[in-house]
Design a protein around this ligand. Structure first.
Ligand SMILES: O=C(O)C1=C[C@@H](OP(=O)(O)O)[C@@H](O)[C@H](O)C1
Ligand SMILES: C=C(OP(=O)(O)O)C(=O)O
Length: 431
């Protein structure tokens, strides 16, 4: 499938809301399925990845009703999860796979997990190794590094684990296993990563302790069903924030976005680049702050992006690379080697794609160097099945001198099924 993307030079204007946060939607289903009692989720992300999570728990016998973005889960407690009859297809979703491995490690049955071509290339040993040290049996291709994986869970012992990788998925997998283990499990991380798992454990009545770089959870806690409202996804909002920031005279407000500080690195970078950004915090639900973000187009300049901010904007790096090409001066992105383990190797694919579109950009081992004041000349490019690359290309078309032909746009449904409709909305309000 291909999609022709026409240039559009009008300023962007208007108010828009983006779909529910992907990370929070996954976790809401997982905790709702493990808790006892009814959980109602509103503004659930109806994207392919989160639907994989939902189906995985249905396969384990949990009754889940879905009406568009409203989900009702009739949880009976963790002990009532049942061995699935068939292997579970996790599609493209890294978060589902890694967090589910944490949960399955503590359940006394056998499960087989598999995924699509991209997911089958992503490393799972980063969770399998610590989970095995807690007592789980996990095996698969290349000694259990890659899907398909077979898991036999059961009695787990607690661990103290210093994670070598800046990854919320690794942290969360161990905390979830820790919740089912005997004793107290501690995860230490050198750099703060998104803390939605920690917030949600508390929203479901659980107890978790945070001390500097250590997060500890007592095992065998029981959770109680609750209501979760999912904020808009700042990682989806990022595409419109950038589209507005890079065009003078644009004014766009994204309503009701999750502004958890572990996710707002993009706002910090936009500000450092000279963007005119305002954030109005409105409320917090389940420990997750929600607000409106307004961005006005302005002259931007290149910056250095690296260090502790990287996990706070890891999924926004593709779109920030495009933005950097439209700013003045050079932008250096470093300490982001984790990008190589996403749906694609996002260092290689961003550099390849933006180069194809006429931008001067170079890959480094752990990031990229982007030259500013670049013309996007258009052409034929591929998402390579990576939703964030597909959306980056769509935003690039707005500043392109020629149309862009995008191959494989359908992967965008992984995190943002209505992306093109919403983009059209802020383009048409302005024209
Ligand atoms: O925990 C999560 O929900 C996520 C964590 C990040 O991955 P890593 O933990 O692998 O960095 C991020 O890239 C992914 O989109 C969602
Ligand atoms: C990396 C991502 O997701 P996941 O790891 O869940 O596939 C993403 O959404 O950009």
């Amino acid at each position: 499938m291909i999609r022709k993307l026409e240039p559009n030079y009008a300023p962007l204007a208007g108010e828009i809301s983006v779909p529910g946060d992907k990370s929070i939607s996954h976790r809401a289903v997982m905790f709702g399925a493990m808790a006892a009692g009814i959980t109602k989720i509103t503004n659930f992300l109806d994207g392919e990845d989160c639907l994989r999570t939902l189906e995985a728990f249905r396969a384990m016998g949990v009754s889940i009703q879905k009406q568009e973005t409203d989900i009702t889960i009739h949880g009976k407690g963790i002990k009532h999860l049942k061995e699935p009859h068939d292997p579970i297809d996790l599609g493209n979703s890294g978060t589902t796979t890694r967090l589910l491995l944490g949960i399955l490690s503590g359940l006394p049955f056998h499960t087989t997990l598999f995924g699509d071509e991209s997911l089958s290339k992503r490393p799972m040993d980063r969770v399998a190794v610590p989970l095995r040290s807690m007592g789980a049996k996990i095996d698969g291709r290349e000694h259990g590094k890659y899907l398909p994986l077979a898991v036999r869970g059961g009695d787990l012992t607690s661990i103290v684990y210093q994670t070598p990788i800046k990854s919320a998925q690794v942290k969360s997998a161990i905390l979830l296993a820790g919740l089912l283990a005997d004793g107290q499990t501690t995860v230490k991380e050198k750099t703060v990563t998104r803390d939605h798992t920690e917030n949600m454990i508390q929203a479901f009545g659980g107890v978790i302790e945070k001390n500097d770089d250590a997060i500890s959870i007592k095992g065998k806690q029981s959770l109680t069903g609750t209501d979760i409202h999912v904020p808009g996804d700042i990682s989806s909002a990022a595409f419109f924030l950038v589209a507005a920031a890079m065009r003078q005279e644009s004014v766009v407000t994204i309503k009701d976005v999750g502004i958890n500080p572990t996710r707002t690195g993009i706002l910090d970078v936009l500000e450092q680049m000279g963007a005119d950004i305002k954030m109005e915090e409105k409320r917090a639900i389940g420990g997750e702050p929600i607000g409106d973000i307004t961005v006005k187009g302005s002259r931007l300049h290149g910056v250095e992006i690296g260090g502790d901010i990287i996990p706070r904007l890891i999924d926004e790096i593709p779109i920030l690379a495009l933005l950097a090409s439209q700013a003045s001066g050079t932008t250096v992105i470093k300490d982001a080697e984790e990008l190589r383990y996403k749906e694609t190797d996002r260092i290689q694919v961003v550099v390849h794609t933006l180069s194809q579109l006429g931008i001067n950009i170079k890959a480094t081992e752990d990031g990229m160097i982007v030259e500013g004041n670049q013309k996007v000349i258009g052409g034929e490019v591929d998402s390579y099945g990576d939703h964030r690359i597909g959306m980056m290309i769509a935003i690039a078309s707005l500043v392109s001198t020629n149309p862009i032909i995008l191959h494989n746009p359908s992967c965008i449904a992984v995190s943002y099924p209505a992306f093109f409709d919403d983009l059209e909305q802020i383009l048409s309000i302005s024209s």
